[in-house]
Design a protein around this ligand. Structure first.
Ligand code: SF4
Length: 346
């Protein structure tokens, strides 16, 4: 094999779950460079994967076909003579570029009517009893080898870029956060979840947890981490918790590369089932992951240092974005004291 291209998924958590596939391909084809075509929002994940030779940022807008631009990019990629392309999203348009670029082996799940575009494929898995995402992606590598399939979900691993580390150190100093001493713990809370409210533990619970941690240790700092869209939730947490010198709202003010460096630097992370949860797992930062309407068997944080809190109610997982029963007990019945107790066991 001489040259592999990966078409990356569009969600951060899914992108993290593809790292075991990259590691497997690197082990199978150590001399073959692996390039990744990724949207600008998941590209930092691949910059943190040691197996990747080059990350190519795709210039496309979300949900747009942009046919002319796709053809131009395919023409450029054709000059690189990739021998195989793994198309990880299930969409029709994600399979167009490798087909237009005449890459001989185009590997993926059958997805949205992609016969012809994909020429080495696996059937789409059933929606009931779905395998863990990491195994789902890894299974595609087995199409190229006779080796036995892996049955246990492998743990993704990310590396932190040196420039992002330095940038985070400067931001910590500028915010008056000295966390180099073990007695000054740094906690990162990730209160967002793009999916919707059924994955978001209530803001007032995050605030109560923050208060408890700062009372427990008067040198602890808590950073609220997330994207711009998480700023209102983080402001609510900060307002309810008070103590702005120890509880810092960084939502929307870090790049994803910096967020990776910050999570690697934290003593512990508390998050919902979100992309940042998977990043914490891949960095082996101790973490508490709170699950509501989703299924931790399908998208668990793959780390020995992770503790999952999931109530496993009879209605759960419902995978709905808004609670169909109107009470959201799967999250409201996880109390801050339970999360604090779990956090203290890490
Ligand atoms: S139906 Fe159950 S699992 Fe779904 S959101 Fe409501 S409480 Fe949570």
């Amino acid at each position: 094999m001489n040259g592999i291209l990966i078409i990356a998924p569009n969600w951060i958590g899914d992108a993290v779950m593809t790292q075991p596939l990259l590691a497997r391909l690197k082990a199978q084809y150590p001399d073959s460079p692996i390039d990744v075509l990724a949207s600008k929002w998941v590209a930092p994940i691949y910059r943190a994967c040691s197996e990747v030779n080059e990350v190519i940022e795709a210039p496309f807008e979300h949900k747009q076909l942009q046919w002319k631009l796709r053809k131009q990019l395919a023409k450029h990629l054709q000059t690189r003579n990739y021998q195989a392309c793994f198309v990880l999203p299930n969409s029709f348009k994600s399979a167009l570029i490798p087909w237009l670029a005449n890459i001989p082996l185009r590997i993926g799940y059958r997805g949205e009517l992609r016969y012809g575009l994909i020429n080495l494929s696996l059937p789409n898995p059933s929606k009931v009893n779905r395998p863990p995402m990491a195994l789902h992606y890894l299974a595609l590598a087995e199409l190229l080898t006779d080796e036995e399939s892996v049955t246990q979900a492998p743990m993704p691993v990310l590396q932190v870029a040196e420039t992002a580390k330095q940038s985070i150190e400067q931001k910590l100093v500028a915010s008056g956060i000295n966390t180099h001493s073990p007695s000054n713990p740094l906690f990162v809370f990730c209160p967002g979840a793009e999916y919707g409210p059924t994955k978001r533990w209530p803001a007032n619970y995050f605030a109560q947890l923050a208060q408890s941690l700062t009372q427990q240790n008067d040198k602890a700092h808590i950073i609220l981490l997330g994207g711009k869209g998480d700023q209102p939730i983080a402001s609510d947490i900060q307002d309810s918790a008070g103590n702005p010198t120890r509880i810092h709202n960084w939502c929307g003010s870090t790049s994803l590369d910096e967020a990776i460096a910050l999570i690697a630097r934290a003593n512990a992370v508390v998050s919902n089932d979100s992309g940042l949860m998977h990043i914490a797992a891949a960095l082996k930062t101790p973490q508490v992951a709170i699950f509501g309407s989703s299924d931790p068997a399908h998208t668990p944080p793959l780390s020995e240092k992770a503790k999952v809190i999931w109530l496993q109610l009879p209605c759960s997982p419902c995978h709905k974005k808004v609670c169909p029963l109107g009470h959201l007990k799967c999250l409201h019945d996880i109390h801050p004291q339970q999360v604090l107790t779990t956090l203290n066991t890490l």
